[in-house]
Design a protein around this ligand. Structure first.
Ligand code: AMP
Ligand code: MG
Length: 330
């Protein structure tokens, strides 16, 4: 398939592809999304084939106006309104009762739909031009890390989509926080850069009451949680302190290292080290570093594990999945 590369200001052209049933990759503040009209089931089906995404993993619908919201959802619980007022537009997806007009494929047959109003001005302009909700998961092949730069998005989706809208590097760099509601109570289904602590403060509840523990069997509340995710080609290993790094030995293999507010005394040949000064820059740079390490042929990536609070919770979540669930000893 021929993929049109569209300049930043060509949001009109990008939107016109969506309205014609096309697939368009577009930038947001979380990660690049792979969009199709949420009201066109054929176009939405193409999202699943472009990504190789399992059909029981529903999509997040992106909106940029109250009018677009109403077309997508049913009745909105009061607690969701509180979160919208505090965090929209922004990196927060809410699981709400669906509007019956919405095709089944978007919600994978569930009675709820995930909705997000992005903060990125470019994304908002694009969505308003589309004139309707745009269903969009991250623009990566299923299982791989989400693209946070135009180059990554292009690398993943060229030839699989009708258009790719150029944009800035994603400001946040991690997928949105997902919040669902059960009996009027909010639960975090996926941590993200709207933190659990921020949500708890706005809702005047304890942090623990928001933490969702995945059931060990049965249908997970958020179907995407059961799939492998965020994995680069290199093997990811986690460590807490630099002292745990294996002996800084020279090695025939290329090794990538991600550091959080720390430094190495010595850098062996074949090691590429990226130092992040804080959690925010780590979140922003994580997937782009995975991409770069894969590109230069690293076979192993050592990534420093953050403290699990604030933004560290979301980072720890993605790093653990990238490392196939193996967390470093305390
Ligand atoms: P992605 O956009 O690739 O980050 O994937 C969207 C995430 O939102 C996946 O983990 C989905 O399982 C989750 N999601 C989408 N719709 C729903 C829903 N109705 N209920 C629960 N989780 C959802
Ligand atoms: Mg994704």
């Amino acid at each position: 398939m021929k993929t049109q590369i569209l300049k930043k200001e060509q949001t009109k052209e990008a939107a016109s592809l969506i309205r014609k049933g096309g697939l368009v990759v577009f930038p947001t503040e979380t990660v690049y999304g792979l969009g199709a009209s949420a009201f066109n089931p054929t176009a939405c089906a193409r999202i699943f084939s472009a990504k190789g995404r399992p059909s029981d993993n529903p999509l997040i619908v992106h909106i940029a106006s109250e009018e677009q919201l109403v077309q997508v959802v049913g009745e909105v619980p009061e607690v969701a309104r509180v979160l919208m007022a505090a965090f929209w537009p922004g990196p927060l997806s809410l699981i709400l009762p669906r509007n019956n007009e919405l095709p089944e494929i978007v919600t994978a047959g569930q009675s709820t739909v995930a909705v997000r109003w992005p903060r990125s001005a470019q994304a908002q302009g694009f969505l308003l031009e589309c004139g309707q909700g745009v269903a969009a998961p991250s623009a990566n092949v299923s299982g791989a890390p989400s693209p946070t730069t135009f180059d990554m998005a292009k690398g993943a989706m060229l030839g699989r989509v009708d258009g790719i809208l150029m944009g800035e590097d994603a400001e946040e760099g991690l997928e949105s926080t997902i919040v669902g509601f059960e009996d009027g109570k909010a639960r975090v289904l996926r941590p993200g850069s709207v933190t659990i602590e921020q949500l708890a403060k706005v809702l005047s509840v304890k942090v623990e009451s928001l933490v969702y523990l995945a059931p060990t069997e049965g249908r997970p509340l958020s179907p995407g949680l059961k799939y492998a995710h965020y994995k680069p080609a290199a093997e990811v290993r986690l460590f807490r302190s630099v002292a745990e790094l294996p002996l800084l030995a020279e090695s025939a293999e290329k090794v990538g290292v991600l550091l959080l507010a720390s430094a190495l005394n010595r850098q062996p040949e074949g090691w590429t080290v990226v130092q992040f000064k804080d959690l925010k820059s780590y979140a922003k740079g994580l997937y782009a570093s995975f991409f770069d390490f894969d590109r230069i042929g690293c076979t192993v990536i050592w990534a420093q594990f953050p403290p699990a609070e604030g933004l560290g919770t979301a980072l720890a979540n993605r790093l653990t999945k990238a490392a196939s669930g193996v967390t470093p000893a305390k």
